[in-house]
Design a protein. Structure first.
Length: 348
């Protein structure tokens, strides 16, 4: 067990002495969790093989699941990627710094395990001032997966990081709640037609507006290109049932009645937690609920924290009401499907 140091940092104007302390940990091969605009990342020097291996140990991450490398400048990108295509350049110009990860051919300098045996590297330039300050001070690309134990919901606060990794990492930079709340979009730029491996805040439509047609990974063969998608993810301890919103417009009264019916049925066999945008009232000591707004922005920002919070109330099942699947909603629903063991559609 190590003692994990937590530093409270001003997110908008990170104090130089704290950033320097964290950068020193990275430079000597240690692990630092830090906020990005999406979720907290667990960082190590991407050029240091031993340091990168510590990430896999701390998270309990399968060795065949590669990591995202973070950079803060074009020179740093050129240290990790051996080639940047014209289409990749166009996406960089439009979306960096920001929540878009590009899969590019990797350079030799990169630690082997970062790519888990692949010939490519997933790389992004985050927009969070603390992430950028840390990268600049460490002066090395930083490999950072989400800072959760493997299989747990991604952390959107420093407290979530400590829940999962206290005593397993050197340091956490606490910069408050991460603004977006779900992980970056991952797009494979080495495929003939660029392939979205993981949907995210940058939508397919926004990408296509810049580089023309892209595809969304769907077949098992395509998903093999993104090893992360093979694993069940984002899961709280309780069983999760996702209720998809019906395609046809439905009034709120109907939706509430439907959710209430499902929850009552489940209450016959155990404790039930409901996470929804439709308000549902059930007077039962075994029932607990959390409300979100019916928007992709609010769901993205609060979904992982809400799943952790409800899970702490120790229900047997968590019922989650979905949102519409257009634009950013698609990325939110992908996370919810992966957390869920059962998905029910309400168009019976
Ligand atoms: O928003 C984010 O992307 C956050 C923050 C910390 O930057 N990071 C994150 O990392 O979500 P992680 O490790 O939890 O997810 C990385 C995803 C996985 O699905 C992994 O399989 C995929 O990216 N990936 C990494 N390298 C890859 C590669 N060379 N080829 C294909 N997929 C890759
Ligand atoms: Mg992750």
């Amino acid at each position: 067990m190590k003692k994990t140091i937590t530093l409270q940092v001003n997110a908008a104007k990170p104090q130089a002495e704290f950033i320097e302390q964290a950068a020193a940990v990275i430079r000597r091969g240690g692990l630092v969790a830090f906020p990005t605009e999406t979720v907290y990342g667990l960082g190590a020097d991407a050029l240091n093989e031993a340091a990168v291996q510590k990430i896999f140990v701390a998270k309990g991450r399968p060795a065949d699941n590669p990591l995202i490398v973070h950079v803060c400048s074009r020179q740093m990108l050129d240290r990790v990627a051996s080639r940047v295509s014209a289409a990749a350049e166009a996406l960089i110009a439009r979306f960096w710094e920001g929540p878009l990860t590009l899969v590019l051919p990797r350079s030799e300098a990169l630690a082997q395990t970062v790519s888990a045996g692949l010939t490519t590297v997933a790389v992004r330039m985050p927009s969070h001032p603390m992430a950028l300050a840390l990268l600049a001070a460490a002066d090395t690309p930083i490999a950072a997966p989400s800072a959760n134990r493997s299989g747990r919901p991604s952390p959107t606060t420093a407290a979530h990081v400590l829940e999962d990794l206290d005593g397993r990492i050197e340091m956490v930079l606490d910069g408050g709640t991460t603004p977006i709340g779900i992980e970056s979009t991952v797009i494979d730029m080495t495929a003939d037609v660029p392939l979205i491996l993981r949907p995210g805040w940058i939508t397919r439509e926004a990408i296509e507006a810049v580089i023309g047609e892209v595809r969304q990974a769907a077949s098992p063969d395509e998903l093999k290109r993104s090893p992360g998608t093979r694993y069940r993810h984002y899961s709280p301890r309780a069983r999760v049932i996702l209720v998809e919103v019906p395609k046809a417009a439905e009034d709120r009264g109907e939706a509430a009645a439907r959710l209430q019916h499902l929850c009552r049925e489940l209450l016959e066999t155990g404790k039930v937690a409901l996470l929804s945008h439709t308000p549902v009232v059930i007077d039962d000591a075994n029932f607990t609920t959390l409300r979100l707004e019916n928007s992709a922005t609010d769901y993205a920002r609060r979904i992982y924290a809400a799943l952790r919070e409800l899970d702490e109330r120790r229900p047997d099942v968590i019922v989650v009401e979905g949102i519409g699947e257009t634009h950013e909603g698609a990325a939110v629903m992908e996370r919810l499907r992966r957390a869920a063991s059962t998905t029910v559609t309400s168009d019976e």
